[in-house]
Structure formats: structure tokens, C-alpha cells
Design a protein around this ligand. Sequence first.
Ligand code: MG
Length: 389
Amino acid sequence: MVPAPSNDRLAPYAAKDETSRGRGIPEPSPVYRGEYQRDRDRIVHSAAFRRLEYKTQVFVNHEGDMFRTRLTHSIEVAQIGRTIARILHLHEELTEGIALAHDLGHTPFGHAGQDALNECMAGHGGFEHNLQSLRVVDALEEKYAAFQGLNLTFETREGILKHCPPSKARELGALGERFLQARQPSLEAQVANLADEIAYNNHDVDDGLRASLISIDELREVSLFREQHDEVLRQWPGLPLRRAIHEVIRRMINRQVVDLVEVSQSAIRAYSPRDVDAVREAPVPLIRFGEGILEQHRELKRFLRNNLYRHYRVHRMSLKAQRIIRALFQAFTEDPRTLPPEFQAHTRDLEETHGDAGRSRAVADYIAGMTDRYAIMEYERVYNPTQLT
Ligand code: MG
């Protein structure tokens, strides 16, 4: 066995390859790579990861080429997460792997799609994107000869599962325990989680401005934006708009990252966990924002909810998206023979073991895996008689 390159920089409380709780199906250690590096690589090579390119969060994929997709979002989360992990001497590749995988279970059309699919699945266990991300890496990716899914380490799976209701947690064994016992995940998971928030709040400002759904004047109500905007205007009066926006947003990200690093450093120092298990026992997450930034962060989130996510144009598109999801779900559950053959087989398998709930779950798996454009095309193929099937 060739040992993974040692990482002397890791703090005692970082997750470590050699103390990993391992994989569901034991495998020999990789050659020249660490365990979390291999997890990250498997995620990058997965089909679900490639589909993130054509899935969106706020805007639908065909609305414009300049908006974030779930792929570019995940890359931004990984970038912010790695920066923080490196400063705190945490495991960068574990943070990166969690960041790249965290949105794999999202439906097409962002939250509108997830809400519609969750409604369709009421009575059959519901649908939740975060649990679906875990389902993708645990079961739905079919690539490896020896196992279903990607057979990732406990720590990567722990990071992917950000939240989980108690009823589901009980089904998940060791992975679900922390939700029943109010414990924490690794610091790497905590970093990836807050890097996600930093990434989307800031890039939604950028995308919202680009789409002219929100304006600079409106955004100046938000203190986090106003402070950095004032600073950019003072330093660079007359800077063209596009550059000014980028300057403000990069400073907002930097402000939040620096605060997070400094506050987390002192929380870690005060608690001084001897290892990753001590991190898990901590009563509260040690990776956190300071009170001031937390309040500003909440103010920004409120602004985005009221002015962007509830904008009538976003809302119209959300309703269209939900109609598509509901219609697809209805057509496929009514007659699973309309599904592509591999999903007919998946549906038969789940139906055999779980009856109607299994049939619905298999259809939800198929729909959740779709990209925005594929869902629209599939809707046309299923419902429009003039379309080729
Ligand atoms: Mg995300």
C-alpha cells in the first residue's frame, strides 16, 4: 500500500484519513490518494454531479447563460469552504467533497421543484433534497462493480446530511445518531454548511441585480451591502456598474469569511477539542459567525426572500415549474410503463419491496435526477401529442 501524502498541517480536531469511520463496504486504501480525496474524486466523476450544470436555484436554466447553476454554485461553495478549512487547519479535501456533493439531490427548478415533489410524495414519506443527496451517493449512482452508489466514507456522508427529521434519522443508523442526540458533525461539515450560505446569499445578490429583479437602491437597505458599497464608491468613484457590483460582492464575501474564521478560531480555542469526536460532542457548532455578522446575514436573507425569491417573475416561473413536476409525477405513477426502461426496472424493484410507496419513490428518483431542460422536454414528450416521444 502506498500511504496517502501526510498532512502535517492538520489540527488535532480535524478529520483524518487514518481515523475515518470508514465505508459501508470496506475497500483497500487508495494508492497515492487519501480517503477523502477519493470521495471527492468519485463525486466529481458521478453522473449526478455533471447534471448540476443544467439545474438551477433561483432562475431556470434557459433564462440566461450568466446566472449561477447548481454546478457553479457548488464550485463557489467548495472555494469558500477550502479557504476556511485551510486557515483553520482542517481537512481541505473533505470540506471540498462535501461542498461538491451537497446539492446532488436537488430537483430541477430549485426550491419550487422540491416543494412540488414533496407535495406529490406526501403520504409516501415526502421528498427532501438533502436526504436525496445522500440517497444519490448511497444508492442511485450505479457505476461500481462491487457496490451500489459511491460507497463514500462516513465523514463525507455525515457532511452531506445537513439536517434530518428524527423519524428518518432512526432509519440511518450511526449517520442519523447525531440528530437524535443533538450532537455536531465534523468541523469540515460545519464549514461546508456555512460556506453554502455565504455563497448563495452573495451570488443571489449578483444574479438578482443582473436580472434587474432588484436594484442597488433597494439593496442599500441591507447593511452588509451598504457598508461595502459606500467603501467602493469612496475608493473608486465613477467605477462602471458591473465592476462596482463585483467589488461590493467580493468584499461582502470576504467580510463574512474573515468574521467566520476569527469567531470560529476563538470558539475552537475556548472549547479546545482534542479530536474530531470531541468536536461531535460539543453542545453547539464551533464554526459560526459573530453576532453582528449573523444579524446582518439574516437581514440580507430577509431582503432576498421578500424582494427576489418572491418577485412576481420568479413566482410565475416557479408555478410553471411546479405544474411540470406534478404533471410528470402523475403520468409516471399512473403508468410506469411510460418510464425509460432502466427506471421501469427501478420502479419494479421498489414496488416489489415497498408497494405503492416504492413506486412513488422510484418516480421521485427519476424526476429529482432531471435537469431543468430535461424536465421541460420530458413534459413535452409525455403530454404534447405533436411531439415525438
Ligand atoms: Mg447549496
